[in-house]
Structure formats: structure tokens, C-alpha cells
Design a protein around this ligand. Structure first.
Ligand SMILES: Cc1cc2nc3c(=O)[nH]c(=O)nc-3n(C[C@H](O)[C@H](O)[C@H](O)COP(=O)(O)O)c2cc1C
Length: 191
């Protein structure tokens, strides 16, 4: 099948925005194409959604805590993203974007982004005023200048009640972009 993603590995990072409730749909779209998906949630993400839907959809442990170390296994803050073909963060909050721009590593997800040697795709989602803020725009520019890929945000109705740019791109569009990026190279596991 042209869309077959068998053999590819994706880390799906979820940060703490209202659009986090849509993130399992991204996992589902990728898993349905045969892609291996491992979800990593920030502490704030778990205010919006629990790990359970990700566990059920991906069939894998959901990582939420940098210090939850497997006995005798590899440390997730380094190794999770090192076997990944792509790291996608959806939604990416203003806070997480700032952490990535500065290089902070105080939680598992931003820490993984520093140790990752695979492409990174972010799907920002926030209030339109937040998105327009020069600090956020400067951080996004920093990330894109480093090669980070961006999808969205789209323009439309926002959960805060306003309308404008800030809405996370829809899960099918994010999954399609992930697939497009993955298929530019063979799976890492086969190289
Ligand atoms: C109800 C509610 C909705 C929020 N939605 C967003 C959002 O869509 N985008 C965003 O950037 N921050 C949003 N925030 C703020 C983040 O949750 C906050 O900045 C948090 O520290 C993000 O943490 P993280 O980036 O580590 O996941 C929201 C906060 C609340 C209380």
C-alpha cells in the first residue's frame, strides 16, 4: 500500500494545550498505517487528557516521567527518540516552543528533543494573541531556522472563544505530513 508506514517509528509528543484531546486521533491514523507510535505527555498535557487512550491505541507504554526508569533498560530521556524516524509534537504549546528554542530539558519531552537526532515536526496550538506575540514568533523563527518543521497553526474558531490563527492543524493533516516526511527516507530500522 502506498501509505504503508510499516517499520517506521514515531514519537508523538503532547504538550498541555486544549487541543491535546485530538492527539490520540493522530496516533490512530499512524498506527492504522502500520507505524510504531510511542506517546510522550508533559505534566500539563495530563491536565487535558490521560495516557490511557494513547496506551490503548498504540499498544505501548506512554511516557510521562523522566525519572520513571525501566529496570535494566535504557533511559527514555535519551533513547526514546534515538530510535525514532520522526518526533512530532501536537499540540505544541507556547511554553514548549519556548523551552525548545532555549534548549531547556526540565521534562521528558523537551529533554528528548535535545537528544533526538531525527527530524522534528511541531503543530503549534494556542490563542491567537499568544500566537501573534513577538516572543512566540521569535521562538518559532529560531526553531525553523534550525530545521524544525512546522504545520499550522490554522485559522478558525479557538477554544478560548476567539477566532484567528492558533488552531491546531487537523489530525488527518498532521498524520499526512508525518507520513510524507517519513516516506522521504527508508525506516531507520532498515538502514
Ligand atoms: C484551560 C487551559 C487551556 C490552555 N490551552 C493552551 C493552548 O491551547 N496553548 C498553549 O500554548 N497553552 C495553553 N494553556 C497554557 C499551558 O497549559 C501552560 O503554558 C503549560 O505550562 C504548558 O506546559 P507544557 O508546555 O509543559 O505542556 C492552557 C491553559 C489552560 C488552563
Amino acid at each position: 500500500m502506498a501509505n504503508d508506514l510499516t517499520g517506521y517509528e514515531v514519537v508523538l509528543g503532547v504538550s498541555g494545550g486544549i487541543a491535546a484531546y485530538k492527539a490520540p486521533s493522530i496516533a490512530s491514523a499512524l498506527v492504522q498505517r502500520g507505524c510504531g507510535v510511542t506517546a510522550v505527555l508533559t505534566r500539563a498535557a495530563m491536565e487535558f487528557i490521560t495516557p490511557l487512550p494513547f496506551r490503548a491505541i498504540t499498544g505501548r507504554k506512554v511516557h510521562t516521567d523522566m525519572f520513571d526508569l525501566p529496570a535494566g533498560g535504557s533511559d527514555p530521556h535519551i533513547h526514546l527518540s534515538q530510535s525514532a524516524d520522526l518526533l512530532v509534537i501536537a499540540p505544541a504549546t507556547a511554553d514548549l516552543i519556548a523551552q525548545l528554542a532555549v534548549g531547556l530539558a526540565g521534562e521528558l519531552l523537551p529533554c528528548l528533543c535535545l537528544s533526538a537526532d531525527c527530524p522534528l515536526l511541531i503543530a503549534p496550538a494556542m490563542n491567537n494573541q499568544m500566537w501573534a506575540h513577538p516572543a512566540v514568533q521569535a521562538n518559532v523563527k529560531t526553531l525553523t531556522s534550525r530545521g524544525v518543521q512546522l504545520i499550522g497553526p490554522d485559522e478558525g474558531w479557538l477554544a478560548c472563544g476567539s477566532t484567528g490563527p492558533g488552531r491546531m492543524s487537523e489530525p488527518p493533516a498532521i498524520a499526512a505530513r508525518v507520513a510524507e516526511l517519513l516516506l522521504t527516507n527508508p525506516p531507520r530500522s532498515k538502514t
